[in-house]
Design a protein around this ligand. Structure first.
Ligand SMILES: NC(=O)c1ccc[n+]([C@@H]2O[C@H](COP(=O)([O-])OP(=O)(O)OC[C@H]3O[C@@H](n4cnc5c(N)ncnc54)[C@H](OP(=O)(O)O)[C@@H]3O)[C@@H](O)[C@H]2O)c1
Length: 213
């Protein structure tokens, strides 16, 4: 997503975790030194979020988007997951993105966009099969929390979005996923940027289709 936005002449601040090995984002920052800034944060560390907020205090962001997420053993049923594993997934996927959103929202102008990467698996209405149960619950919770923030700001011009990227070949999606990154991300970014014109919250997939909550 950072690469796609940089190609479109956006100035991007992207994050890796502290102590991260070299990533594609490091390469991108080298390729676009004037357009891509590299920062560090572990979103499960509230002090780290606060420190990043302090470092970026004099900046404004037309788009704030939280992409970080994790999963667990896909076949593990909700009644079988350990408490530690449940807490790990929920803190990473549901609570921490919202801490980032709440901490940084005042750096986003009233006409800006705040988004988070959810999943089609976060749809309560579309869950007719079970499976990936903890992950589904964590993304459904993220959707609900984003709706709460958007509802608080329902009188404002601001746009909110939770995005479902499709099943994509990443570390999380696995090599057998239906879509390559190149098939998902450019279209997802188009959908994201177009959403800036529409205040309020929507749950959209990478083709711009509405996903039932
Ligand atoms: N791939 C799919 O099919 C698919 C489908 C639906 C939704 N999604 C969502 O898309 C998003 C991106 O996932 P992906 O598919 O690109 O998987 P990925 O390759 O595993 O990427 C996940 C990213 O999140 C970062 N991250 C995880 N925990 C973090 C933390 N505590 N603090 C900061 N960064 C953290 C990871 O950093 P490290 O490299 O340091 O671990 C990694 O860069 C996730 O929210 C995922 O749930 C993916």
């Amino acid at each position: 997503m950072a690469a796609e936005l940089a190609k479109k002449d956006w100035r991007v601040t992207g994050t890796v975790r502290p102590g991260s090995a070299r990533t594609a984002l490091h390469d991108l920052a080298d390729e676009y030194p004037d357009r891509v800034d590299l920062e560090t944060v572990d979103i499960t560390d509230p002090e780290g979020i606060a420190a990043l907020r302090t470092r970026l205090a004099d900046r404004t962001f037309d788009v704030l988007f939280v992409n970080a997420g994790t999963t667990n053993d896909e076949g593990e049923r909700i009644g079988d997951v350990s408490t530690d594993e449940f807490v790990r997934v929920m803190i990473t996927n549901s609570l921490s993105p919202m801490r980032v959103v709440e901490s940084f929202s005042d750096l986003v102008p009233p006409t800006g966009l705040i988004g988070a990467m959810t999943s089609g698996q976060g749809s309560v209405a579309n869950n007719t099969t079970g499976y990936r149960e903890v992950y589904r619950g964590s993304k459904a919770a993220l959707n609900m929390f984003m709706r709460s923030v958007a509802a608080r700001e329902s009188e404002s011009r601001r746009a909110f979005v939770v995005m479902a990227p499709g099943w994509v070949q990443t570390a999380l999606g696995g090599p057998g996923a239906r879509l390559t990154i190149e098939e998902s991300v450019p279209r997802l970014v188009e959908v994201l940027l177009a959403k800036r014109e529409r205040p309020g919250i929507e749950y959209l997939d990478y083709l711009g289709r509405t996903v039932p909550w």
